[in-house]
Design a protein around this ligand. Structure first.
Ligand code: IMP
Ligand code: MG
Length: 175
């Protein structure tokens, strides 16, 4: 398999800047005084996206993590979501923004939406850097989206193939 450049670091940074501006301006109005937005980063894939995006936010935030796995080995999703790590803070009464680097089948966000939503947050939204609409199995609404991509297997900027390529600065596709 060959690695083909797809989205370079400058474009990723532009997408993050646009997302962060919109999120900051929205939550500026939503958050009460002394209230923080709880940003939930989905490990491991959204590690780099999360680190870059939160540095661009201008509203007060707290950070927490979940870890799910929907992909087994290789490039095909196993179709089931395995829940490996929960957030450590209580979702109750919080404004929560989940960060995922890519929405594919929609299963991960559907699962998290239901799970976190059941714990009475004040609000619950998703921000994804990328989305592959042609791969959707469960219809989901993405509140903040960087851009749509065609159905290619992507690596880099947190995205892996059997744990390889996560640390690449740009996003490439494998073919
Ligand atoms: P979903 O549950 O099918 O929406 O998939 C969500 C997760 O699958 C993403 O957060 C990624 O971690 C992983 N994933 C989806 N597409 C790709 C890809 O093209 N390359 C690597 N990982 C991917
Ligand atoms: Mg992910």
């Amino acid at each position: 398999m060959k690695v083909h450049p797809f989205i370079n670091a400058e474009e990723i940074d532009r997408l993050n800047t646009t997302l962060a501006k919109k999120i900051s301006s929205d939550y500026q109005n939503i958050l009460a005084e002394k209230e923080s937005l709880l940003v939930v980063i989905t490990l491991k894939g959204a590690l780099l996206f999360g680190a870059d995006l939160i540095r661009k936010l201008t509203v007060p935030i707290h950070v927490d993590f979940v870890r799910l796995a929907s992909y087994g080995a290789g490039i095909k999703s196993s179709g089931e979501v395995r829940f490996l790590k929960d957030i450590e803070s209580s979702p109750e009464g919080k404004h929560i923004l989940v960060l995922d680097e890519i929405i594919d089948s929609g299963r991960t966000w559907d699962f998290l939406r239901k799970r976190l939503g059941a714990a009475n947050p004040k609000s619950l939204k998703i921000c994804a850097l990328l989305s592959k609409p042609s791969r959707r199995e469960i219809e989901v609404t993405i509140d903040y989206l960087g851009r749509e991509v065609e159905d290619k297997f992507l690596v880099g900027y947190g995205l892996d193939f059997n744990e390889d390529y996560r640390n690449l600065k740009e996003i490439s596709y494998l073919e």
